[in-house]
Unconditional design. Sequence first.
Length: 345
Amino acid sequence: MTVAEPNTSSVEHPHFIPGPWTREARIRAIQDEVREAYINYFRKAVKVRNWFPWDDLPLDEMKERGHLLSPDTITLIESFLGIEDYVGDYVENAINIVRGDRERRNISIVWGMEEAKHAEAWHLVLLHSGVRTEEQIREYRDKVGAHRWTMGENHPGFDTPMGIAVYAMVQERATYFNYDELRKRIRADYGLPEQPTEEERRRGKQYGAAAAFNIVAKDEIAHHAMFLQLVDIYKKYLPEETLDMIFRVLSGFNMPALYLIPNESEMKEALMRTKMYTPLKHARSVANPVLDKLGFDNKRALERAVQEAKLLPAGLGPEHVAIGRSGDFVVSMTSGTTVPQQAAS
Ligand SMILES: [Fe+2]
Ligand SMILES: [Fe+2]
């Protein structure tokens, strides 16, 4: 950690409270910023991502080329139907964990509305591709419903308001990655190039099931961005505990509810055969982009920040502290809006 020369520039901070930052002031500042994030998220969820599974997916095209889908592709789509169909448990757990925090509760409700569309999209894909009957899908979804998912059991230690935000930030990015990979697999099965053709671009929709995966993947990356924003807010006001949680989640991440879905073993075999989601791909396409967006060069930089955060003098607020990309903290004893350049150790 470095301590900067006194910086005399004044600061206009919306949450500036003279004197040392108390925990209460930090929580209050977090709530104010989370409220803004919630309003922006809600607006885009209903005004931009306003698609409806039963109206906006090219079901006829799914029928036309459904017979071309490979068995592994079908297994993976069915597996994601199972994972998405635990939406009720995800929302129930989140609401109970954030109890008392209105903004986080409301985010969970809107997020659940968006997530509920995803299982329905996979239901429609399986049905209209002609690879599962309505009866088979009902049976599968009933088996999903017979189990109960809990955050505490599946991801012990992450079942706190901050923990579920950090976990969701990573999970949404991983889900986005998986859906984009599955979109590419479907296109290959259909005999189409990886990227949309001129014709698809013109009409603004990819072909058949690839359209569904493209639309849902956009939801997932938007969710990732929203949870990332929440984590950034927590990191700003509660750096020590937030950095520690980010480190713990990144070190012990796995996808939710995998062990509960009815076709768990088939999914694992399909994942092994297709190599769609490997530890290396997770590092490259999920963990590293998350670290980068949080402002760190790599995992070592995060580790350094976790250690340095423990040494921060109590009472310092975000106007006194800046974290470098290599995980080093720069502390200014007077408030300033810019990162002080030169510092004496
Ligand atoms: Fe989803
Ligand atoms: Fe999502």
